[in-house]
Design a binder for this molecule. Structure first.
Ligand code: HEC
Ligand code: HEC
Length: 286
């Protein structure tokens, strides 16, 4: 074969391969959504642990029908969608694959990209089984017909840009500190990182909004500057901190404010054992 033609072919393969890498959907299979009462109960617990309602259920809504506005650090705001199983306006008919792609990969059923205002980069550490249990619970919720609003974002922002952003985040966010091989600490790490998503607000981000996991929980300027480290939590005893996660009372005997109150709403629904695991993980020596 002609050398020029060969190099052209090779370049073509590289470009198509690259596009596929950037825009292709991850292969996640299409597992069944479980229907047993046990799976639904596990899913309800995990759904609450992940604080899904903090963003998807607003005001006096009867379910997670969306409409909550989240300010974007790059201008404009996002509006959360309706995630009740309504066929027309919600996620009615979603399959196991759709839930895994959305929650763990930030991808919509048609291959589009979600904005990271949806904390999928934290949720990506859930197991597929955990996501499927959450799905099992979500499909039992009452459908609410409520059209999802459009985000209001600056004209230069397109969600397909998140294809590149996700790849940069994979390379730039770094590794979080290792956690000792202790069941309680491992459970606390899994909950804090991949369910309660404490780092979305308490871990520093770079100018692109990518989390610096090597500085996990060191505080995020302008969002939640409180570091969740033994030094940052020095005013709290372990027991006080476990109570804080239940009732939101700080060491100044004040109810914690702002979005942290929504967080307490979900940590208060955890089992005592899981709140203790969270506290043990965040207060561990490192
Ligand atoms: C911090 C706020 C926040 C939290 C917490 C959150 N979401 Fe979302 N979610 C969003 C935003 C914003 C979008 C829209 C993203 C977009 O349009 O790009 C979204 C989109 C979604 C979608 C896609 C819906 C569609 O119609 O395409 C699903 C499904 C979803 N969220 C489920 C969940 C579940 C399940 C949880 C808990 C495990 C959760 N969300 C927690 C903010 C949040
Ligand atoms: C949605 C953003 C967000 C998330 C997620 C979040 N926090 Fe916060 N957190 C805040 C904000 C904002 C404040 C400051 C609140 C205030 O002004 O009273 C705060 C304050 C705190 C404080 C300081 C309380 C004090 O003594 O004043 C602690 C401790 C804390 N958060 C722990 C956590 C833990 C643990 C998690 C995960 C389970 C978490 N946060 C997840 C936003 C968040």
């Amino acid at each position: 074969m002609n050398k020029k033609l060969l190099s052209l072919l090779v370049s073509l393969v590289v470009v198509v391969g690259g596009l596929y890498w950037v825009f292709g959907l991850p292969a996640v299979g299409n597992p069944e959504i479980p229907t047993s009462p046990e799976a639904i109960a596990r899913g309800e617990y995990l759904y609450n642990a992940a604080g899904c309602n903090a963003c998807h259920q607003t005001g006096d809504a009867e379910g997670p029908s969306g409409g909550y506005e989240i300010e974007s650090p790059f201008g404009g705001h996002f509006v959360t969608p309706n995630i009740t199983p309504d066929e027309e306006t919600g996620i009615g008919g979603w399959t196991g694959r759709d839930f895994i792609l959305a929650i763990k990969h930030g991808r919509s059923p048609d291959g589009g990209f979600y904005w990271p205002a949806f904390p999928y980069r934290s949720y990506m550490g859930m197991s597929d089984e955990e996501v499927l249990d959450i799905a099992a619970y979500m499909v039992t919720l009452s459908p609410i017909a409520s059209e999802s609003y459009q985000h209001e974002l600056p004209a230069w922002q397109f969600s397909w840009m998140m294809s590149g952003w996700n790849i940069m985040a994979d390379f730039m966010e770094g590794e979080p500190p290792a956690v000792a091989d202790d069941p309680q600490l491992q459970r606390g790490a899994h909950l804090a990182r991949h369910f309660s998503h404490c780092g979305e607000c308490h871990t520093p981000r770079n100018a692109l909004g990518i989390s610096d996991l090597s500085n996990e929980f060191a505080g995020q300027e302008g969002v939640a500057s409180a570091p969740l480290t033994p030094e940052g939590l020095a005013d709290y005893s372990y027991d006080d901190f476990v109570y804080f996660l239940e009732d939101g009372f700080t060491m100044n005997f004040e109810q914690v404010g702002g979005e942290m109150l929504d967080v307490i709403e979900h940590t208060s629904q955890l089992s005592q054992e899981d709140r203790e695991a969270l506290a043990a993980f965040l207060m561990r020596d490192r």
